[in-house]
Design a protein around this ligand. Structure first.
Ligand SMILES: Cc1cc2nc3c(=O)[nH]c(=O)nc-3n(C[C@H](O)[C@H](O)[C@H](O)COP(=O)(O)O)c2cc1C
Length: 367
């Protein structure tokens, strides 16, 4: 099953796979989808450049994409403003006390106290864009708003398509006005940053708003061929999936914590929560003791982005280092309830495509 966008990008299947793992992204592209590498974890553009070299060598000439996080509105950063000073002492105290209560050890002496995920900051995202533009990626996506005009222009000069995520029809319209080529309509069910409208309502709304001008991909709650068929039926040109790849064999190269994988395998579709604690903007996470601590009556409200991200940066490192899935902050969507088996990416892709074809044939048989 192919859509016009498949032809435009030179991919076999209308399946777009967002993942922070280059191993997963390359495997998705090799299997005929478009692997999109999430780059927010790279604080260092040189490290990202090395990983993109690896992608260039590992995708067998198949197209791939990259995703950076460029928030539309954040407080100014730079020498003039010390963002750390904008974080209330009470918030720092709450984080420290919560880590203590949850038994999360301090960073080990070898662990360099990095400044956390700084990809949320414009300066870092800019360096990532520069690194990305030097590689033959076919698509550059932005999770939080339209990319700045000069980024769109530079991407277009290099023949790259620009995608942006939208949780509302109004956002989709402004992306198109800004020159974005593909809108990803991402529903409430999705893992990571997400809006308030469920995919079933959002996708046709965004399709009707912008699909005359640009293709729309459906994201949020897609983990099977039936759901891809539903996305196409709603008018999408393909499916954009994020959570489903977290339990692939290849993902273990990035996140080798067996306990976390077990927690994802065991979780039901009720076991996620949409919360601002991860970054300051609403993001869907696996429910655990860390998310529950922030729901307690004595917990402070999360700060706006990027202050919340700076507030929890070291805590995130400590929570990760603990290896305890009951505290690790883990973005995942409601589809986690159906993520019950570890498979290689190629098998996941094969199963998606087979079920998609079967579903379309079944529907055709109803006529
Ligand atoms: C672990 C994880 C991290 C994510 N990080 C990002 C990100 O950095 N940038 C982005 O555009 N989307 C990010 N997303 C959202 C995905 O791009 C995608 O829209 C979403 O996962 C789709 O919904 P699903 O989780 O139901 O498949 C993330 C999703 C997950 C599960």
């Amino acid at each position: 099953m192919r859509t016009a966008l498949c032809e435009q990008l030179g991919i076999e299947h209308p399946i777009f796979g967002f993942t922070p793992s280059e191993h997963v992204a390359a495997a998705i592209s090799r299997a005929g989808g478009l692997g999109v590498l999430g780059c927010v974890r790279f604080n260092d553009a040189a490290e990202m450049d090395k990983v993109l070299d690896w992608m260039d060598d590992s995708t067998n000439g198949r197209p791939y994409g990259i995703d950076v996080v460029m928030p539309a509105k954040i407080p100014a950063e730079g020498a003039a403003i010390d963002l750390n000073k904008l974080i209330p002492a009470g918030h720092k105290e709450f984080v420290e006390q919560t880590l203590l209560k949850l038994g999360v050890p301090p960073l080990s002496s070898e662990a360099r106290a990095r400044e956390g995920v700084l990809g949320w900051l414009h300066s870092v995202a800019r360096a990532q864009v520069e690194a990305a533009l030097a590689h033959p990626a076919r698509l550059i996506a932005n999770a939080l708003g339209s990319p700045p005009p000069d980024v769109i222009q530079s991407a277009h000069e290099r023949g790259m398509l620009v995608a942006a995520l939208a949780g509302k029809a109004a956002h989709a319209r402004s992306h198109v006005q800004a020159g974005v080529d593909i809108v990803v309509a991402q529903g409430y069910e999705a893992g990571g940053h997400t809006g308030e409208i469920a995919s079933m309502v959002l996708v046709p709304e965004i399709v009707d708003a912008v699909a005359a001008d640009v293709p729309v991909l459906a994201a949020g709650g897609i983990g099977s061929g039936r759901q891809i068929a539903a996305a196409l039926a709603l008018g999408a040109a393909g499916a954009w999936m994020g959570s489903a790849w977290l339990i692939t064999e290849e993902y273990a190269n990035l996140s080798p914590l067996p306990g976390l994988r077990e927690a994802l395998l065991a979780a039901t579709s009720s076991d996620t929560v949409r919360s601002r604690i991860y970054s300051g903007k609403p993001a869907r996470l696996l429910k655990n003791s860390w998310t529950k601590a922030w729901d307690a009556p004595e917990a402070p409200a999360a700060l706006p982005m990027p202050l919340q991200n700076l507030l929890v940066a070291e805590a995130h490192q400590r929570l990760m280092q603990s290896g305890n899935p009951d505290v690790i902050p883990m973005p995942v969507g409601q589809i986690v309830g159906r993520m019950n088996e570890v498979k290689p990416v190629a098998d996941v892709m094969r199963a998606l495509v087979t079920e998609l074809d079967e579903t379309v044939a079944r529907l055709d048989g109803l006529r």
